[in-house]
Design a protein around this ligand. Structure first.
Ligand code: ZN
Length: 340
Protein backbone atom coordinates (compact mmCIF):
# COMPACT_ATOMS: atom_id res chain seq x y z
CA UNK A 1 0.00 0.00 0.00
CA UNK A 2 1.57 3.30 -1.09
CA UNK A 3 0.50 6.44 0.73
CA UNK A 4 -0.67 9.39 -1.40
CA UNK A 5 1.73 11.79 0.35
CA UNK A 6 5.20 11.45 1.79
CA UNK A 7 4.77 10.60 5.47
CA UNK A 8 6.78 10.72 8.68
CA UNK A 9 5.79 8.38 11.50
CA UNK A 10 7.20 9.45 14.85
CA UNK A 11 5.00 7.19 16.97
CA UNK A 12 6.57 3.76 16.59
CA UNK A 13 8.15 1.46 19.18
CA UNK A 14 11.21 -0.64 18.41
CA UNK A 15 10.04 -4.14 19.45
CA UNK A 16 6.55 -3.40 18.10
CA UNK A 17 7.98 -2.47 14.69
CA UNK A 18 9.79 -5.77 14.08
CA UNK A 19 8.86 -7.44 10.79
CA UNK A 20 7.25 -10.78 11.62
CA UNK A 21 10.02 -12.62 9.68
CA UNK A 22 12.63 -11.08 12.02
CA UNK A 23 10.51 -12.08 15.01
CA UNK A 24 10.66 -15.69 13.77
CA UNK A 25 14.44 -15.57 13.24
CA UNK A 26 15.07 -14.11 16.70
CA UNK A 27 12.56 -16.59 18.15
CA UNK A 28 14.39 -19.59 16.66
CA UNK A 29 17.73 -18.30 17.90
CA UNK A 30 16.39 -17.70 21.42
CA UNK A 31 14.37 -20.93 21.57
CA UNK A 32 11.27 -18.78 22.12
CA UNK A 33 7.73 -19.92 21.30
CA UNK A 34 7.37 -16.98 18.86
CA UNK A 35 9.68 -18.89 16.49
CA UNK A 36 6.30 -20.25 15.43
CA UNK A 37 4.36 -17.48 13.69
CA UNK A 38 1.04 -19.09 14.60
CA UNK A 39 1.93 -18.96 18.30
CA UNK A 40 2.64 -15.24 17.93
CA UNK A 41 -0.57 -14.59 15.99
CA UNK A 42 -2.57 -16.44 18.67
CA UNK A 43 -0.96 -14.27 21.35
CA UNK A 44 -1.65 -11.14 19.30
CA UNK A 45 -5.31 -12.02 18.88
CA UNK A 46 -5.67 -12.17 22.69
CA UNK A 47 -4.86 -8.43 23.05
CA UNK A 48 -7.98 -6.56 24.19
CA UNK A 49 -6.83 -3.97 26.75
CA UNK A 50 -3.79 -2.23 28.25
CA UNK A 51 -2.91 -5.23 30.44
CA UNK A 52 -2.96 -7.86 27.68
CA UNK A 53 -1.11 -5.50 25.32
CA UNK A 54 1.68 -4.75 27.79
CA UNK A 55 1.92 -8.48 28.53
CA UNK A 56 2.44 -9.30 24.82
CA UNK A 57 5.06 -6.54 24.62
CA UNK A 58 6.88 -8.04 27.61
CA UNK A 59 6.75 -11.51 25.98
CA UNK A 60 8.58 -10.24 22.88
CA UNK A 61 11.41 -8.41 24.73
CA UNK A 62 13.41 -11.56 25.73
CA UNK A 63 13.83 -12.44 22.05
CA UNK A 64 16.87 -10.13 22.13
CA UNK A 65 19.91 -11.90 23.54
CA UNK A 66 22.77 -9.63 22.44
CA UNK A 67 23.51 -6.11 21.17
CA UNK A 68 23.98 -7.66 17.70
CA UNK A 69 20.35 -8.89 17.79
CA UNK A 70 19.24 -5.27 18.26
CA UNK A 71 21.42 -4.12 15.35
CA UNK A 72 20.07 -6.80 13.04
CA UNK A 73 16.50 -5.94 14.05
CA UNK A 74 17.12 -2.21 13.49
CA UNK A 75 18.20 -2.84 9.89
CA UNK A 76 15.18 -5.06 9.31
CA UNK A 77 12.84 -2.42 10.76
CA UNK A 78 14.26 0.40 8.59
CA UNK A 79 13.93 -1.77 5.46
CA UNK A 80 10.42 -2.87 6.40
CA UNK A 81 9.22 0.72 7.02
CA UNK A 82 10.70 1.76 3.66
CA UNK A 83 8.86 -1.03 1.86
CA UNK A 84 5.66 0.05 3.63
CA UNK A 85 5.98 3.42 1.86
CA UNK A 86 7.11 5.54 4.80
CA UNK A 87 9.65 8.35 4.20
CA UNK A 88 11.01 9.02 7.71
CA UNK A 89 10.60 7.54 11.20
CA UNK A 90 11.38 8.33 14.81
CA UNK A 91 11.37 5.11 16.82
CA UNK A 92 11.10 4.69 20.58
CA UNK A 93 13.90 2.59 22.05
CA UNK A 94 13.92 1.59 25.75
CA UNK A 95 17.50 1.11 27.02
CA UNK A 96 16.07 -0.09 30.33
CA UNK A 97 14.49 -3.12 28.62
CA UNK A 98 17.94 -4.20 27.41
CA UNK A 99 19.41 -3.54 30.88
CA UNK A 100 16.72 -5.70 32.50
CA UNK A 101 17.63 -8.48 30.07
CA UNK A 102 21.16 -8.34 31.49
CA UNK A 103 22.59 -6.64 28.38
CA UNK A 104 24.79 -3.55 28.10
CA UNK A 105 22.19 -0.88 27.29
CA UNK A 106 24.74 1.51 25.73
CA UNK A 107 26.09 -1.23 23.44
CA UNK A 108 22.53 -2.14 22.39
CA UNK A 109 21.72 1.50 21.59
CA UNK A 110 24.92 1.87 19.54
CA UNK A 111 24.03 -1.29 17.62
CA UNK A 112 20.54 0.04 16.87
CA UNK A 113 22.07 3.27 15.57
CA UNK A 114 24.53 1.26 13.44
CA UNK A 115 21.71 -0.97 12.11
CA UNK A 116 19.61 2.03 11.09
CA UNK A 117 22.57 3.72 9.32
CA UNK A 118 23.59 0.52 7.55
CA UNK A 119 20.06 -0.07 6.23
CA UNK A 120 19.80 3.57 5.12
CA UNK A 121 23.07 3.25 3.19
CA UNK A 122 21.46 0.31 1.37
CA UNK A 123 18.34 2.29 0.41
CA UNK A 124 16.08 2.09 3.48
CA UNK A 125 14.57 5.18 5.09
CA UNK A 126 16.23 7.46 7.63
CA UNK A 127 15.31 6.45 11.19
CA UNK A 128 16.06 8.52 14.26
CA UNK A 129 15.76 7.38 17.87
CA UNK A 130 13.47 8.56 20.66
CA UNK A 131 14.65 7.35 24.04
CA UNK A 132 11.78 5.78 25.91
CA UNK A 133 11.34 5.55 29.67
CA UNK A 134 8.87 2.99 30.99
CA UNK A 135 6.49 4.77 33.35
CA UNK A 136 5.82 1.87 35.71
CA UNK A 137 9.58 1.51 36.34
CA UNK A 138 9.64 4.98 37.90
CA UNK A 139 11.78 8.14 37.62
CA UNK A 140 15.06 6.45 38.68
CA UNK A 141 14.78 4.17 35.66
CA UNK A 142 14.02 7.21 33.46
CA UNK A 143 17.13 8.95 34.79
CA UNK A 144 19.21 5.91 33.79
CA UNK A 145 17.83 6.25 30.24
CA UNK A 146 19.29 9.76 30.11
CA UNK A 147 22.55 8.47 31.61
CA UNK A 148 22.81 6.10 28.61
CA UNK A 149 22.25 9.07 26.30
CA UNK A 150 25.00 11.08 27.98
CA UNK A 151 27.35 8.12 27.73
CA UNK A 152 26.64 7.29 24.07
CA UNK A 153 26.04 10.80 22.63
CA UNK A 154 24.49 9.49 19.41
CA UNK A 155 23.39 12.15 16.91
CA UNK A 156 20.45 9.97 15.87
CA UNK A 157 18.87 10.34 19.32
CA UNK A 158 16.55 13.31 18.82
CA UNK A 159 13.99 12.98 21.57
CA UNK A 160 12.87 11.54 24.89
CA UNK A 161 9.46 10.21 25.90
CA UNK A 162 7.52 8.29 28.49
CA UNK A 163 5.50 5.18 27.64
CA UNK A 164 4.17 2.12 29.43
CA UNK A 165 1.27 2.02 31.87
CA UNK A 166 -0.21 5.52 32.03
CA UNK A 167 -2.14 4.69 35.21
CA UNK A 168 0.96 3.62 37.21
CA UNK A 169 3.45 6.22 38.53
CA UNK A 170 2.08 9.81 38.81
CA UNK A 171 3.21 12.28 36.15
CA UNK A 172 4.71 14.72 38.69
CA UNK A 173 7.44 12.19 39.48
CA UNK A 174 8.92 12.71 35.99
CA UNK A 175 9.02 16.53 35.89
CA UNK A 176 12.73 16.60 36.80
CA UNK A 177 13.57 13.97 34.20
CA UNK A 178 11.91 16.04 31.46
CA UNK A 179 13.79 19.17 32.56
CA UNK A 180 17.06 17.21 32.34
CA UNK A 181 16.14 15.81 28.90
CA UNK A 182 15.54 19.35 27.62
CA UNK A 183 18.80 20.56 29.17
CA UNK A 184 20.55 17.76 27.22
CA UNK A 185 19.09 19.20 24.01
CA UNK A 186 16.42 16.55 23.48
CA UNK A 187 12.92 17.28 22.25
CA UNK A 188 10.16 15.60 24.26
CA UNK A 189 6.96 13.64 23.91
CA UNK A 190 4.77 11.70 26.34
CA UNK A 191 2.15 8.96 26.16
CA UNK A 192 -0.88 10.54 27.84
CA UNK A 193 -4.65 10.71 27.44
CA UNK A 194 -4.69 7.16 26.10
CA UNK A 195 -5.62 4.82 28.97
CA UNK A 196 -5.75 7.77 31.37
CA UNK A 197 -8.39 10.51 31.14
CA UNK A 198 -8.29 14.27 30.60
CA UNK A 199 -6.72 14.81 34.03
CA UNK A 200 -3.72 12.67 33.07
CA UNK A 201 -3.30 14.60 29.81
CA UNK A 202 -3.61 18.01 31.51
CA UNK A 203 -1.02 16.98 34.11
CA UNK A 204 1.34 15.86 31.36
CA UNK A 205 0.99 19.23 29.58
CA UNK A 206 1.39 21.25 32.79
CA UNK A 207 4.18 19.29 34.46
CA UNK A 208 6.23 17.85 31.58
CA UNK A 209 5.74 20.57 28.90
CA UNK A 210 6.17 18.09 26.02
CA UNK A 211 6.69 19.18 22.40
CA UNK A 212 4.06 16.64 21.38
CA UNK A 213 1.80 13.95 22.86
CA UNK A 214 1.33 10.32 21.85
CA UNK A 215 -2.39 9.43 21.69
CA UNK A 216 -4.00 12.21 23.78
CA UNK A 217 -7.43 11.24 22.49
CA UNK A 218 -9.04 11.76 25.92
CA UNK A 219 -9.01 15.47 24.99
CA UNK A 220 -11.93 14.91 22.64
CA UNK A 221 -14.31 14.84 25.63
CA UNK A 222 -13.18 18.26 26.89
CA UNK A 223 -13.74 21.35 24.68
CA UNK A 224 -11.46 23.53 26.85
CA UNK A 225 -8.61 21.04 26.62
CA UNK A 226 -9.03 20.80 22.83
CA UNK A 227 -8.92 24.60 22.66
CA UNK A 228 -5.71 24.61 24.71
CA UNK A 229 -4.07 22.00 22.46
CA UNK A 230 -5.11 23.98 19.36
CA UNK A 231 -3.86 27.30 20.83
CA UNK A 232 -0.53 25.79 21.88
CA UNK A 233 -0.21 23.89 18.56
CA UNK A 234 0.62 20.68 20.44
CA UNK A 235 0.50 17.74 18.06
CA UNK A 236 -1.31 14.58 19.15
CA UNK A 237 0.33 11.60 17.45
CA UNK A 238 -2.69 9.31 17.18
CA UNK A 239 -2.82 5.61 16.35
CA UNK A 240 -6.41 4.56 15.54
CA UNK A 241 -5.91 0.78 15.21
CA UNK A 242 -3.89 0.70 18.44
CA UNK A 243 -6.72 2.52 20.23
CA UNK A 244 -9.28 -0.02 19.02
CA UNK A 245 -7.03 -3.03 19.76
CA UNK A 246 -6.39 -1.95 23.36
CA UNK A 247 -10.08 -1.22 23.95
CA UNK A 248 -9.80 2.57 24.33
CA UNK A 249 -12.15 3.11 21.37
CA UNK A 250 -14.91 0.70 20.28
CA UNK A 251 -14.22 0.87 16.53
CA UNK A 252 -12.51 3.02 13.90
CA UNK A 253 -15.93 4.52 13.07
CA UNK A 254 -16.30 5.64 16.71
CA UNK A 255 -12.81 7.16 16.88
CA UNK A 256 -12.81 10.77 18.20
CA UNK A 257 -10.29 11.88 15.55
CA UNK A 258 -12.85 13.91 13.52
CA UNK A 259 -13.90 15.79 16.69
CA UNK A 260 -10.28 16.70 17.46
CA UNK A 261 -9.68 17.91 13.89
CA UNK A 262 -12.91 19.93 13.87
CA UNK A 263 -11.72 21.64 17.09
CA UNK A 264 -8.49 22.67 15.35
CA UNK A 265 -6.22 20.26 17.22
CA UNK A 266 -3.07 19.40 15.29
CA UNK A 267 -3.00 15.64 14.66
CA UNK A 268 -0.54 13.27 13.01
CA UNK A 269 -1.05 9.55 12.46
CA UNK A 270 1.22 6.73 13.63
CA UNK A 271 1.14 2.94 13.61
CA UNK A 272 2.46 2.71 17.24
CA UNK A 273 3.30 -1.03 17.10
CA UNK A 274 2.75 -2.34 13.55
CA UNK A 275 3.70 -5.89 14.61
CA UNK A 276 1.25 -6.06 17.52
CA UNK A 277 -1.63 -4.34 15.73
CA UNK A 278 -1.12 -5.93 12.29
CA UNK A 279 -0.96 -2.52 10.62
CA UNK A 280 1.35 -0.04 8.87
CA UNK A 281 1.44 3.75 8.77
CA UNK A 282 0.04 3.77 5.22
CA UNK A 283 -2.76 1.42 6.29
CA UNK A 284 -3.68 3.74 9.17
CA UNK A 285 -4.04 6.62 6.70
CA UNK A 286 -6.05 4.45 4.31
CA UNK A 287 -8.45 3.44 7.12
CA UNK A 288 -9.26 7.10 7.68
CA UNK A 289 -10.18 7.51 4.01
CA UNK A 290 -12.15 4.28 3.85
CA UNK A 291 -13.87 4.15 7.22
CA UNK A 292 -14.10 7.76 8.36
CA UNK A 293 -14.56 9.23 4.88
CA UNK A 294 -11.65 11.67 5.19
CA UNK A 295 -11.17 13.66 1.99
CA UNK A 296 -8.05 14.88 0.22
CA UNK A 297 -7.74 18.11 2.17
CA UNK A 298 -7.71 16.29 5.53
CA UNK A 299 -5.32 13.59 4.31
CA UNK A 300 -2.94 16.25 3.11
CA UNK A 301 -3.22 18.11 6.41
CA UNK A 302 -2.35 14.90 8.32
CA UNK A 303 0.70 14.37 6.09
CA UNK A 304 1.82 17.99 6.59
CA UNK A 305 1.37 17.67 10.36
CA UNK A 306 3.62 14.60 10.41
CA UNK A 307 6.47 16.79 9.08
CA UNK A 308 5.62 19.82 11.22
CA UNK A 309 5.83 17.73 14.42
CA UNK A 310 8.84 15.59 13.49
CA UNK A 311 12.03 16.40 15.40
CA UNK A 312 13.87 17.47 12.24
CA UNK A 313 15.74 20.64 11.30
CA UNK A 314 13.55 23.51 10.06
CA UNK A 315 15.18 23.27 6.61
CA UNK A 316 14.34 19.56 6.29
CA UNK A 317 10.79 20.20 7.53
CA UNK A 318 10.29 23.04 5.03
CA UNK A 319 11.64 20.88 2.20
CA UNK A 320 9.10 18.14 2.98
CA UNK A 321 6.23 20.61 3.31
CA UNK A 322 7.18 22.16 -0.05
CA UNK A 323 7.11 18.68 -1.61
CA UNK A 324 3.57 18.17 -0.35
CA UNK A 325 2.53 21.66 -1.51
CA UNK A 326 3.69 20.76 -5.02
CA UNK A 327 1.97 17.40 -4.95
CA UNK A 328 -1.19 16.71 -6.91
CA UNK A 329 -2.91 13.50 -5.84
CA UNK A 330 -3.85 11.11 -8.63
CA UNK A 331 -7.30 11.64 -10.18
CA UNK A 332 -10.04 9.53 -8.66
CA UNK A 333 -8.56 9.54 -5.16
CA UNK A 334 -10.46 12.59 -4.02
CA UNK A 335 -13.56 11.71 -2.03
CA UNK A 336 -16.26 13.90 -0.57
CA UNK A 337 -15.82 14.22 3.17
CA UNK A 338 -17.49 15.75 6.16
CA UNK A 339 -14.05 16.51 7.55
CA UNK A 340 -12.46 18.34 4.65
ZN1 ZN B 1 2.96 4.30 21.70
Amino acid sequence: MTPAYRLADCHLHFEGSLPVETLEVLGRRAGHRFADRTAFEDARSAVRDAKTFLSLYADVCPLFESPADYGEAASAIARSLASDGLTYAEIYVSPEIAARLGLDASACLREIDRGFREAEAEGAIHCNILLDAVRQWGPESAERVLDVHEKTGLASVVGFGLGGDETSVPTAAFAGVYARARALGLRTSVHAGEWGGTESLTEALDLLRPDRVDHGIAAASDPELMERLADEATTLWISPTSNVATGVVGSIEEHPLPRLLDAGVRVAIGADDPLFFATTTAREHQLLRDQLGFGERTMRQLAENSWRAAFLSSSERDRRLAEIAGHHPPRGRTQPSVSS
